[in-house]
Design a protein around this ligand. Structure first.
Ligand code: PQQ
Length: 233
């Protein structure tokens, strides 16, 4: 029987939220061995730079996937709600926004911005993981595309741990470079609150609720695969 055929009673809103949070708690990349090593302080400078360079590929594609989601939203109210994500990453003027801040993180770690912008050194597995996420948001309905962003439920906590880890273990990274992570604490909290409200509102049947949980699982796989590729180098 496919998910679409299930006629089980829907979960309550509280049950659905618990299931979504449980997926992230169990499968988010905060548990990946490479992330654990980053936070313990055992990455070499080359490994940390490899992560920054490859994660830039993910960062660059976030506003592209958000534009694909925006194009599926059918009311002004919803598009107004979503559009700030593109501004958060691209800024509203040159020299602003999350992508620029990530480039500065790279510079703070000794990576010239041209190396990040060229994309030449991006690992094949990272390209595949990021393509997988962008195409998922391109092809799936709004419920699943929005649910896949819910890994951000955990991102603010992760950012706090990461900032502390960088300050303690990687003092050779100029502190100004950490501005990206600081900004994501409130952005991630705001994004995930907006997105979970939509998912809880839209997913009324059990089949839709299961699709939302599966979308979030898929996104955890994307982030996990990205770190697998970076770890292998
Ligand atoms: O560094 C991280 O661990 C991390 C994770 C995630 C995430 O959970 O997808 C995002 C970000 N950072 C991030 O900076 C970001 O802008 C972002 C946007 C999204 C999304 O799916 O819409 N996730 C994330």
């Amino acid at each position: 029987m496919s998910i679409a055929d299930t006629e089980l009673a829907p979960w309550t809103t509280a049950e659905l939220e618990e299931r979504l949070r449980d997926v992230v708690a169990r499968r988010y990349h905060h548990r990946h061995p490479f992330n654990l090593r980053m936070h313990e302080g055992t990455l070499t400078p080359d490994e940390l730079r490899r992560w920054i360079l490859n994660r830039f590929h993910y960062q660059q594609h976030i506003p592209i996937k958000d534009a694909l989601i925006l194009a599926k939203l059918e009311t002004s109210e919803l598009r107004r709600l979503w559009i700030h994500r593109i501004h958060d990453h691209d800024g509203t003027a040159p020299g602003e926004g999350g992508i620029e801040r990530w480039l500065r993180l790279g510079e703070a770690a000794g990576l010239e911005r041209g190396r990040l912008l060229s994309g030449e050194e991006v690992l094949p597995g990272v390209r595949l993981a990021v393509d997988g996420y962008v195409n998922f948001c391109r092809l799936r309905p709004p419920l699943e595309a929005v649910a896949s962003s819910l890994t951000e439920l955990f991102a603010p906590d992760l950012m706090r741990v990461r900032i502390e880890a960088f300050e303690r273990h990687y003092p050779w990274v100029d502190a100004a470079g950490l501005r990206y992570f600081r900004g994501r604490i409130s952005q991630g909290r705001n994004d995930s609150q907006e997105a979970i409200a939509l998912v809880l509102d839209w997913a009324r049947t059990r089949a839709d609720q299961e699709r939302a949980v599966a979308a979030l699982s898929f996104k955890c796989d994307v982030l996990w695969s990205l770190l697998d590729a970076v770890e292998r180098g």
